[in-house]
Design a protein around this ligand. Structure first.
Ligand SMILES: C[S@@+](CC[C@H](N)C(=O)[O-])C[C@H]1O[C@@H](n2cnc3c(N)ncnc32)[C@H](O)[C@@H]1O
Length: 160
């Protein structure tokens, strides 16, 4: 498993953030095989209700919360609040991965790991196919215009 805990380990993971104007994304800088764990989605785990409240205050800026279910609980990874307590300086790559419903090459995988005897929710990204160097990483956010910040928004990228 690739553990993303520091800038150093992101280099080991061999993925990198690119920037085009204001828009960022993530590319592979080494090949991955189908089934490989590529990186994680780093951030503080909060309730989904807290995540939704946070999104209501957002307007046109990029959104970084990741909503998931952990057993019966609706939860959210808050990658919006930056920098986070445990990563005071470096950005994290997971939150820079863009959406594709038509051609995703990653799939998020929810795991619960023990850290200091306590359960911790973690989101890892598994490669859906072989991924070559310089390929942009994308996953299906699983949202549509209705579920992503309400109806009637002109968000063409959700159809990609
Ligand atoms: C988790 S962030 C992804 C990284 C983001 N592009 C950035 O510059 O930091 C999610 C935001 O990225 C943008 N986004 C996601 N997928 C996109 C795509 N396929 N094309 C254009 N923008 C996208 C949207 O603004 C969305 O709110």
């Amino acid at each position: 498993m690739v553990e993303i805990g520091s800038q150093q380990s992101e280099k080991i993971a061999k993925v990198d953030v690119f920037q085009q104007g204001f828009h960022r994304g993530v590319v592979a800088t080494r090949p991955f095989s189908k089934g490989d764990i590529v990186c994680n989605y780093h951030g503080k785990v909060i309730t989904a209700a807290a995540g939704r409240a946070m999104m209501q205050d957002m307007h046109n800026e990029p959104g970084y919360p990741f909503f998931f279910k952990s057993g019966p609980r609706d939860m959210c990874i808050d990658a919006q609040t930056f920098p986070c307590d445990c990563r005071p300086v470096a950005d994290t790559v997971g939150r820079r991965i863009n959406h594709s419903s038509k051609r995703p090459n990653l799939k998020p995988l929810h795991c619960v790991i023990k850290v200091d005897g306590e359960d911790r929710d973690v989101i890892l990204f598994r490669a859906l196919q072989d991924i070559s160097v310089d390929t942009q990483l994308k996953f299906d956010y699983g949202v549509n215009r209705k579920s992503f910040r309400g109806e009637g928004l002109d968000l063409q990228w959700l159809d990609e």
